[in-house]
Design a protein. Structure first.
Length: 310
């Protein structure tokens, strides 16, 4: 990926994806996550980017870390660190509990005459003997800290999402994403009559308006084949355009929806990136690849015209 070599202009989402070396879907996700900003959003919902927008994404002022799992899951991934933390917490709690016990004993009994247990089997009365409460506390804490730490880790493990559940969610998201891509790549045909003039004027208006707004388009079928070689007269222009740009073309070309047999222009909506990436310029106009022209002609029943590409 080459950085900082693009010209000063407004860039489309497709162009930004090519500059960054990522997919168009990644650009949409960056926009949703506010990782990249668009300078302009057209009335039809298209995003346009400046050089500064792209540089801000390439050279952010500070990095942002996104956590995919909860803090409890991260703690589970670091059992040693969690164990040490739980042991320290248990020590503090045991310390506070033992101090409270000492205070209660001192307030209720006379320590100078209190008897202490030296062994579990024999009780020996000892008077005026100082008690090392800190040593007793440490002994008790050492006995229970391991058990408490294990129990705490098990509680965190129960709260953490199971691996099979995470994988199931990931599979569902992947299927939904694939379904969305297939929907975007479906083509739809829209037939119109235009108020800008005849077929030549319509073709020139499509090219001019698309280039002014940095939008994608590509002629196909008879219109595309006629830019390769002279063919028999035709009365309907076919051109690909993105679904989100349909309203723009309808406005600038003064289009009125109509039936196919009375139409001058057919706009075929598609989000297929390969279709626009493989287009080429002939006589100043953009045309889809030869294989796409032939496939469209055959699909429309124009076998004779399709064979002229061979």
């Amino acid at each position: 990926m080459q950085q900082d070599t693009f010209n000063e202009k407004l860039y489309t989402s497709t162009e930004v994806a090519e500059i960054l070396g990522v997919s168009l879907r990644s650009i949409y996700r960056y926009l949703d996550d506010n990782k990249i900003q668009a300078a302009v959003k057209t009335a039809t919902g298209r995003h346009r980017f400046t050089r500064q927008n792209i540089n801000d994404f390439l050279h952010p002022s500070e990095s942002k870390v996104v956590k995919n799992l909860s803090q409890e899951k991260e703690d589970l991934d670091k059992p040693q660190e969690l164990q040490e933390m739980q042991v320290r917490k248990a020590d503090r709690e045991e310390d506070e509990e033992e101090v409270n016990k000492v205070a209660n004993v001192q307030s209720k009994e006379d320590i100078d005459t209190q008897n202490y247990t030296d062994t579990q089997d024999d009780k020996v009365a000892v008077q005026d003997e100082p008690v090392d409460w800190l040593a007793r506390f440490r002994q008790a804490a050492e006995k229970y800290k391991t058990q408490d730490s294990v129990e705490s880790i098990e509680k965190v493990a129960k709260k953490a999402p199971k691996m099979e559940e995470v994988q199931k969610v990931q599979r569902v998201e992947k299927i939904e994403e694939m379904d969305q891509v297939e929907k975007e790549e479906e083509s739809t045909y829209y037939y119109y009559r235009s108020g800008v003039g005849g077929l030549k004027e319509i073709a020139q208006a499509i090219d001019k308006s698309a280039k002014n707004a940095s939008l994608d388009y590509a002629f196909t079928m008879g219109a595309g084949l006629s830019l390769h070689k002279p063919i028999k007269p035709f009365s309907l222009i076919h051109s690909y355009a993105r679904p989100t740009d349909l309203a723009y073309f309808e406005k600038v070309l003064q289009l009125t929806p109509c039936q196919k047999d009375t139409a001058q222009l057919c706009l075929i909506t598609s989000e297929d990136e390969k279709l626009y990436a493989k287009r080429r310029e002939l006589h100043g106009l953009y045309v889809v690849s030869d294989s796409q022209i032939k496939a469209d002609l055959l699909n429309d029943g124009e076998t004779e015209l399709a064979n002229e590409l061979d």
